[in-house]
Design a protein around this ligand. Structure first.
Ligand SMILES: *Cc1c(COP(=O)(O)O)cnc(C)c1O
Length: 481
């Protein structure tokens, strides 16, 4: 097994570089940077051929164990295989293929990342995370209380992945009355004393501030073993690399055949895994980044200026899971773009961004080569684009897509190259965003049987004032009980 050690994008040099298990439960590195492996594993033609056989003969979980195994040297491979099989199977996902791939037409394909319990792509990473956390906590004899805030998809994916796991409790804050009825029903119907839904009298930013206030109390955090499952978690990215490999395999027949991906993006989490897959040598021509009206990342790839925005400048759109104005995983890509120069990354993200709110790479040779070297191009869409794309995809192909996927399909159409399948990652099912679907095609989206009647189930949620002390009391009352 190759040795895999991790470093921080801001250059922290631990005496002993941490391994996968050491950073699994960690958030940021000690210097405020993000963890990445010292180098990406490179795969050759024979590995790609082996992966093709593995996916076709043994399925997605077996492929996952092989791909993820390249990043992990401190979990025995038979254990990793078992964890992958427990995460990725037809009891958990509604398709035995886990990630089916289908052809729409005109060179555009869909990679279906929404077959999991909460019908959003975050299930693919979270389900593995649930297995890995439980395994690691058991090995180290510790417990974990996950504290998070959600406006929708992340929180429910986390709860479905963590429920019933030994040693894990979840406190998930939501803005009272501000999620869709479907999203509320998904989370609040979970009947498990270790899953604590909290409805805060406030908006999403208030929920996040409460989490920061409570997790920022170091003594409390230590005593109550608080942790997070946010999108900077390295294991989530590794889990996502697998579906880039699987989607490439399913859309091709030869191991040197290239594909491109279009990825609807907010936090740069999903597409960052595509970048890693490409760096490993998976034959990916282009990575097409698609944003909605919150086009911070599109602006960077077009102009070289990365300018984060405040809450007041963040639009509430019909693809709400991409309403993000500060892309928490972006630092990882910039680290690679700048030839892994940690001093420059520290200057950009640790100094310029906090002080002036933007940085500008437009005059650098690295930005000039961004598309050629890393395959990135980008564009964005509006509400009208999404509605038109949902209607057209329904009319022309008989396929109903959700508004986030519609951002992707709209942008994909601008970059299709002859002979190169353009795979759009489908990030959610339409049923989660019924209002926009009705606006586009005039009928309600079909509801998969597994979501029948969830609004009628008993609700498990506690109300909380917007107050950090009240949140601490709530945590104490559950943990000390
Ligand atoms: C989270 C999410 C996204 C954005 O993913 P990032 O990793 O933040 O880029 C897109 N679509 C849906 C449905 C999501 O839940």
């Amino acid at each position: 097994m190759a040795v895999v050690r991790y470093l921080s994008t801001r250059g922290e040099r631990d005496q002993e570089r941490p391994g996968f298990g050491d950073i699994l439960l960690a958030g940021l590195a000690g210097d405020g940077g993000l963890y990445l492996p010292e180098r990406y594993p490179r795969v050759d033609a024979s590995t790609l051929a082996d992966w093709r056989r593995t996916l076709l003969q043994d399925g997605y979980a077996a492929l996952a164990a092989k791909v993820i195994g390249l990043f992990v040297d401190d979990i025995p491979s038979e254990d990793l295989r078992a964890l992958c099989h427990r995460a990725y199977n037809a009891q958990v996902f509604s398709s035995a293929e886990i990630v089916p791939v289908s052809e729409l037409g005109n060179g555009i394909w869909l990679s279906h990342l929404s077959t999991g319990p909460t019908a959003a792509f975050k299930d693919l990473a979270m389900q593995l995370l649930g297995q890995l956390f439980e395994y690691q906590l058991a090995r180290t004899g510790t417990v974990l209380n996950i504290l998070g805030a959600t406006s929708g998809d992340t929180g429910s994916a986390a709860e479905y992945a963590m429920q019933g796991r030994a040693g894990i409790r979840v406190f998930m804050l939501t803005p009272a009355g501000r999620m869709t009825p479907f999203q509320q029903a998904q989370m609040f119907s979970i009947d498990d004393p270790a899953i604590v839904n909290v409805a805060v009298d406030g908006v999403f930013d208030d929920c996040q501030d409460l989490v920061k206030a409570v997790a920022g109390d170091a003594a409390f955090k230590e005593q109550y073993r608080l942790g997070a499952v946010n999108s900077i978690n390295w294991a989530r990215l590794v889990a996502q690399v697998v579906y880039y490999v699987a989607s490439w395999l399913r859309a091709t027949t030869a191991d040197d055949q290239q594909v491109s991906f279009t990825v609807p993006t907010g936090n740069f989490g999903n597409i960052c895994a595509g970048h890693i897959a490409r760096e490993m040598g998976v034959p990916i021509a282009r990575l097409v980044l698609a944003t909605n009206e919150n086009n911070v990342l599109d602006e960077f790839f077009r102009t070289g200026v990365y300018r984060v925005r405040g809450a007041a400048e963040t639009h509430a759109t019909s693809s709400p899971s991409m309403d993000i104005s500060k892309a928490s995983n972006f630092e990882r890509f910039i680290f690679d773009l700048l030839g892994r120069d940690a001093d420059r990354v520290r200057h950009l993200f640790g100094e310029l961004l906090p002080s002036q709110g933007y940085f500008d790479l437009s005059d650098t040779p690295e930005f000039a080569a961004i598309s050629e070297r890393f395959g990135f191009v980008s564009s964005s869409s509006t509400h009208a684009d999404r509605v038109a794309t949902i209607a057209r995809t329904w009319r022309e192909y008989g396929v109903l897509i959700d508004p986030h996927t519609a951002d992707g399909v709209k942008v994909a159409g601008e970059f299709v190259q002859p002979g190169v399948p353009m795979i759009v990652t489908e990030t959610a099912l339409p049923v989660k965003f019924a209002e926009t679907i009705v606006e586009a095609i005039g009928v309600e989206p079909e509801r998969p049987a597994r979501f029948d009647g969830i609004e009628d189930l008993p609700r498990h949620v506690v109300d909380l004032p917007n107050d950090a002390e009240a949140l601490k009391s709530l945590i104490r009352s559950h943990v000390d009980a």
